[in-house]
Every structure is written in C-alpha cells, then in structure tokens.
Unconditional design. Structure first.
Length: 88
C-alpha cells in the first residue's frame, strides 16, 4: 500500500530500512498465505453460485493449500504410527 511505501522511504538509515522491509515482507507473505488458503477452501467448498464459478482445483490436480495441509497431516500420522511400532 502507499502507506507502507511511505514508511519505507521515510525510514532513516539502512538498518531501519531493512527492519521496515523485513516487517513488511513478513506481513505480505502472511497475507498472501491467508488469501491463498481462503481461495483454495472456497474453490473446494463454496457453492458455485456464491463463488461465481465451478471450483476445479481438485479435478485439475492443483497443489492447493488444502492438499498440502492434508498431505502434511497424513505424513505426521504415519510418523507417529512408525514411532509407535518401533516401541513395540
């Protein structure tokens, strides 16, 4: 946004500019992650009338946030099962 650009440009000194840049970068990355997760969720679960289109991410085999979250959860579950079996 314009406010962030003004903050960055008005920062005095290279260290301060780096701190502002890092803070803005972290915020923008987090905002993008939330936007993508919401978009992927809506593509999967929203009614086409509400979404304005028919969601096809799963059919198109896109690597969505939902897929990566489910994949991560499955991997964690498998690791726990393997650890449990090793203890037996």
């Amino acid at each position: 946004s314009t406010a962030l650009a003004i903050m960055f440009m008005s920062s005095k000194g290279e260290q301060k500019k780096k701190e502002v840049y890092d803070a803005v970068r972290d915020l923008v990355i987090e905002m993008g992650t939330y936007f993508q997760a919401r978009d992927d969720y809506m593509d999967c679960y929203a009614a086409p009338e509400k979404l304005g289109k028919v969601g096809t991410d799963i059919i198109d085999r896109k690597c969505t946030w939902l897929f990566t979250k489910a994949y991560h959860d499955v991997l964690l579950q498998q690791q726990r099962q393997q650890q449990k079996q090793r203890r037996l």
